[in-house]
Write a protein that binds this ligand. Structure first.
Ligand code: C2O
Ligand code: CU
Ligand code: CU
Length: 476
């Protein structure tokens, strides 16, 4: 480096300074589009574009020019119409993650392909009895999902509660990660990163690096957190503040339990109440060991600390995501929180069918390369792997024979979690993504009511999904 003198400053600026995130900006949220008269219709243009990421100019993929895309706010019973316009150089499509809507036709159909230059009109009918909560949308084109999400295509969906808790702020925090080079363009993943599941150098909240939120003491806020990272598990803490969990993915019943730490696998969302206390607190993500592909001849061992160095600390076990500054006079007392309604519990329900689903990593006989399989097979959109009778209540044991965790996701129908690695779950907990820790199993129950049709289940480490860890389910 010492030898390069001429133009050195410029090179240094382009190579390093420009890459440094601008931290501590005022927290912002994506544009919010709200339904009126039971309808929300919008156009969503997926395109490469320049804009700000972590306070610096960057060229990323964007929905409607934003990173994240707009937040869509609806109520149960609403209609959602989205015209997706593909200005990318690759095919794409759209998935409404967690929404309990039809997987058929031009609803939440993961088999739709939208070619470059083409457009596709999605129509979703949100059922009248749809649970309130936080959901999200992202592309789901097999083979390209990880690349497109990593490069910036994601946004939040909020289904509003008819009787929501009184809060002084209702915030959406979309957490994503990305790696930018010195020119501000998205760095493609290496082969090893695609195996381990890529983790970006920068962890962003609504496209910002460690933004600052301000509040008065004694207020109650609602934080809706989406883990839009391709592969990174988030182990969240907000020390010094009072946190209560309204739910992970779907609402819990009763009084929200106090928590001080929260694990969100890729694709999970958290719904939190934050009651503020004077002081400055940092929303942090701590390291989480999700296992390693080492020893399988694949290389690329990966804990969420390994690739996720936020700048200066390559072994970085703690990443600061946002800062909450609580100052000023105490706010007026907040209204009591009324416990929420009971939710379904399938623990005592008669089971129609029991199945096992086995997630594995190994070497492919045909290609000699790594194979990510479910029940020994890679994804084939033309094969149905599970046929389920509409109305059935099933128990699925999801077995992970590999040395890495895999977050298991089923479209459309939520899963009640009975146990993870043998540890029972109580009270009833409903999720759309559930972790299956390395060399263990997770047991869930699923009520296949309301919707029928063909859709998918997969690992939500989107690199694994793109590598074949996905199957087809048909509810008939
Ligand atoms: Cu969020 Cu099939 O994915
Ligand atoms: Cu999904
Ligand atoms: Cu996986």
């Amino acid at each position: 480096m010492a030898g390069i003198v001429v133009g050195g400053a410029g090179l240094a600026w382009a190579g390093t300074t420009r890459n440094e995130p601008v931290r501590d900006e005022t927290f912002t949220e994506p544009e919010v589009l709200t339904s009126t008269d039971k309808n929300l219709t919008l156009t969503l243009v997926a395109a490469s574009g320049s804009g700000t990421v972590a306070g610096r100019d960057a060229t990323t993929l964007r929905y409607n020019g934003g990173l994240p895309g707009p937040t869509l706010r609806l109520r149960p019973g609403d209609h959602l119409g989205i015209e997706v316009v593909n200005h990318l150089n690759d095919p794409t499509n759209l998935h409404t993650h967690g929404l309990q809507v039809s997987p058929l036709g031009n609803s939440d159909n993961p088999f739709v392909m939208i070619n470059p230059g083409a457009r596709f009109r999605y129509d979703y009918q949100i059922p009248d009895d749809h649970p309130a909560g936080t959901f999200w949308y992202h592309p789901h084109h097999h083979g390209l999902a990880a690349d497109q999400v990593f490069a910036g295509l994601y946004g939040a969906i909020v289904i509003d509660d008819p009787d929501a808790p009184q809060v002084s702020a209702d915030r959406v925090l979309v957490i994503s990660d990305i790696t930018l080079d010195g020119a501000g363009t998205v760095r493609p993943a290496t082969g090893m990163q695609r195996m381990a599941g890529r983790e970006g150098d920068l962890v962003l909240v609504n496209g910002q690096a460690n933004p600052v939120l301000a509040a008065q003491p004694g207020t109650r806020e609602r934080w809706r957190i989406v883990n839009a990272c391709v592969s990174r598990y988030l182990r969240l803490r907000l020390a010094g503040q009072e946190l209560q969990l309204l739910g992970i993915d779907l609402p819990l019943a009763g009084q929200p339990p106090p928590i001080d730490e929260l694990l969100l696998a890729p694709g999970n969302r958290a719904d939190l109440l934050v009651t503020t206390r004077t002081g400055t607190s940092t929303l942090q993500t701590l390291s989480y060991n999700r296992g390693s592909a080492m020893g399988m001849g694949m290389g690329g061992g990966m804990g969420s600390q390994g690739m996720g160095s936020q700048g200066s600390d390559p072994g970085g076990s703690v990443i600061e995501l946002a800062t909450l500054a609580v100052t000023g006079p105490p706010a007026p007392a907040v209204a009591n929180f009324s416990p929420r309604q009971a939710i379904p519990d399938l623990q005592a329900t008669a089971i129609t069918t029991r199945r096992t689903v086995t997630l594995a990593m190994g070497m492919s006989m045909s290609s000699g390369g790594p194979a990510f399989t479910i029940d020994g097979r890679g994804f084939d959109p033309n094969r149905v792997d599970q046929t389920v009778t509409a109305g059935a209540v099933e128990e699925w044991t999801i077995i992970n024979t590999s040395p890495m965790d895999h977050p298991f996701h089923l479209h459309v129908w939520p899963m009640q979690i009975l146990s993870i690695a043998g540890g029972p779950i109580d009270p009833p907990t409903w999720q759309n993504v559930v972790n299956v820790p390395a060399r263990s199993s997770t047991v869930v129950r699923i009520a296949f009511d309301a919707d029928t049709g063909r859709t998918v289940y997969h690992c939500h480490i989107l690199d694994h999904e793109d590598n074949g860890m996905m199957g087809v389910i048909d509810v008939v």
